[in-house]
Design a protein around this ligand. Structure first.
Ligand code: PEP
Ligand code: MG
Length: 575
């Protein structure tokens, strides 16, 4: 029996998990309408307040169990839930319902939760949907306290694969401390907090596996293949031993590749390829350095805005950036300016646009140019960091040349301010741009003239070229980097940058995908930026590549692009 499901690939070499299934049956919280007599109102409110205190106590206990070396964003999840318990968003609505409608505390909480969810549901936004998950986790915890339901015991789970309808971030931390082998959830997508945590902690996980817990049995042996998003059960011994071998092989391979991580990426014909890392958080610098990145090719600075309700100020930006620049020890760091909006709206603000099409709305450079007070502190912080190392600034989602001009004039203004205040910065800091909107890709020769460097963002370029929302599961099957239009547009950008002599990199997922690396080298692209975990494999692959031969084969491929089967043609280079 194979349970097919939506999967997420977890980095850190932990691609396969084998272990016994542990069905985490939590039982739904069942709340029925209840009324209280008027004289019981204050007592009921006190009972509700007491439940909030107990729920906070439980979360604080979990927070204390987080190992000190764990990245900050993990404790941030718990802090978000604690904040929700402390502020009035939940409590004031519930207390009004108890007072005005004489609702029992559980029923008042349920009604208030439903009203808040209705508001969340009207916002078509993947990130805010994860905020809705936070609300549900918090409400369930309070309900359980009110109903005096015991949490299932999350112990003695070492080496097991946990199956659950859904897991809160707090659960994932507890399970990680229990040294589970992996987990499977019925709900949630790769954007859910549990998935983000799993990635961060290196736990193999498959999320969104609808129906998994009803067709899998407690105690049976499971195999998680996270690369393919599969949960396998009921496997004959030969299949189990195949996956055991694969797991062993992957572990040994990582150890071997790590030994060469600090060697340069040289092709068989001696061409040096620049391999850079994509990072989201300052802590990711450690993995980038360990895996031998030549620098940071994409720092997604907007992640500093996630899981919080306030906006970081210039000083916080600067301190975070300084940590990244110092951590990279003189290697270049490309700061991508805020790509907020669409699936990454800044929490606690009203900068949301696009209606049903947020990806086409006020996002990235569009938002920053419209809201200079959002942009300015970041620009000043990047400039201040430029005095400390090889700092470069990259503008996302460029569509028009005047956006470059406007951004440059804001940068000049910030430079003047810093100069007047006697604050150090690099006056020649390179300013580059992302080519991720089809219009910019087609106009690449003009952007190459206006900017100091370019980087192709294939994630968005493909979304916009093929007219599919990259976070919509319903159209995921159309997301096709092999589409002839995608490959031709990429080649056009590479040719334009090379003709203009402007440095070009690629920081979309394609750059770290081994199926495409030879083709990209064959097109004349010699700088690639990818998630740190992909660096080892790509560097190894590059050593086998001969750029002269690849150029020739790539030319043949493009000559027959509408008939050629790209996989068949490229299979020669597969490893
Ligand atoms: C891209 O669009 O390819 C890219 C690298 O940026 P992001 O994934 O952050 O949108
Ligand atoms: Mg992008």
């Amino acid at each position: 029996m194979i349970v097919s499901c939506v999967g997420i690939g977890i980095g850190a070499g932990a691609h396969i998990a084998i272990g016994e299934a542990h069905l985490l049956s939590r039982g739904p919280v069942c709340v029925t309408p209840s009324r209280i007599p008027p004289k019981q109102v204050e007592q009921e409110i006190a009972r509700f307040r007491q439940a909030l205190v107990e729920a906070s106590r439980q979360l604080l206990e979990i927070r204390q169990q987080i190992p000190p070396e764990t990245p900050n964003d993990i404790s941030d999840f718990i802090d978000t839930h604690l904040l929700m318990l402390e502020d009035n968003t939940i409590s004031s609505g519930v207390i009004s319902l108890i007072r005005e409608r004489l609702a029992g505390a559980e029923w008042a909480l349920q009604q208030h939760r439903d009203a808040m969810v209705e508001v969340f549901d009207q916002i078509q936004d993947a990130y805010l949907r994860t905020r809705r998950d936070d609300l549900d986790h918090v409400v369930t915890r309070i309900h359980k306290v009110l109903l005096e339901q015991q949490e299932p015991q999350l112990d003695n789970l070492r080496g097991q694969i946990v199956l659950a309808e859904d897991l809160s971030p707090a659960d994932v931390i507890t399970l990680h401390n229990q040294q589970i082998m992996g987990f499977v959830t019925e709900f949630g997508g790769p954007m859910s907090h549990s998935a983000i945590l799993a990635r961060s902690l290196g736990i193999p996980a498959v999320v969104g596996a609808r129906g998994a817990s009803s067709c899998l049995r407690h105690g049976e042996l499971l195999i998680l293949d996270t690369d393919n998003g599969c949960v396998l059960a009921n496997c004959p011994p030969a299949v189990v031993s195949h996956f055991e071998d694969q797991r062993e092989f992957a572990q040994q391979r990582t150890v071997l590749l790590k030994r060469q991580s600090q060697q340069p990426a040289l092709t068989a014909d001696g061409r040096r390829i620049e391999l850079l890392a994509n990072i989201e958080l300052a802590e990711d610098v450690v993995a980038a350095m360990e895996n031998g990145a030549d620098g940071i090719g994409l720092y997604r600075t907007e992640f500093l805005y996630m899981n919080r309700s306030d906006i970081p100020d210039e000083e916080e930006h600067f301190l975070t950036y300084r940590a990244v620049v110092e951590g990279m020890q003189g290697r270049p760091v490309v700061f991508r300016t805020l790509d907020l909006g669409a699936d990454k709206p800044p929490a606690g603000t009203s900068f949301v646009s696009g209606g049903g099409n947020p990806a086409l709305g006020l996002r990235a450079i569009r938002l920053c140019l419209k809201e200079p007070e959002l942009f300015r502190p970041q620009l000043r912080a990047i400039l201040r960091a430029s005095a400390l190392g090889d700092v470069r600034l990259m503008l996302p989602m460029l569509t028009n040349l005047w956006e470059v001009e406007q951004a440059r004039s804001m940068i000049r203004l910030c430079m003047q301010e810093l100069e007047c205040a006697g604050i150090a910065f690099n006056p020649t800091m390179p300013v580059g741009g992302m080519i991720e909107v089809p219009a910019a890709a087609l106009a690449a020769p003009a952007f190459a003239k206006a900017l100091d460097f370019l980087s192709i963002g294939t994630n968005d370029l493909i979304q916009y070229l093929l007219a599919i929302d990259r976070v919509d599961d319903e159209v995921n099957y159309l997301y096709d980097p092999f589409h002839p239009a995608v490959l031709q547009v990429i080649r056009h950008v590479i040719d334009a940058a090379n003709a203009a002599g402007v440095p070009l990199s690629m920081c979309g997922e394609m750059a770290g995908d081994m199926r495409f690396v030879p083709l990209l080298l064959g097109m004349g692209l010699y700088s690639l930026s990818m998630q740190p975990a992909a660096l080892l494999d790509v560097k190894h692959q590059i050593r086998d590549c001969d750029t002269g031969e690849l150029r020739e084969r790539t030319r043949e491929f493009f000559d027959d692009i509408y008939n050629a089967d790209p996989l068949a043609l490229l299979s020669h280079w597969h490893h």
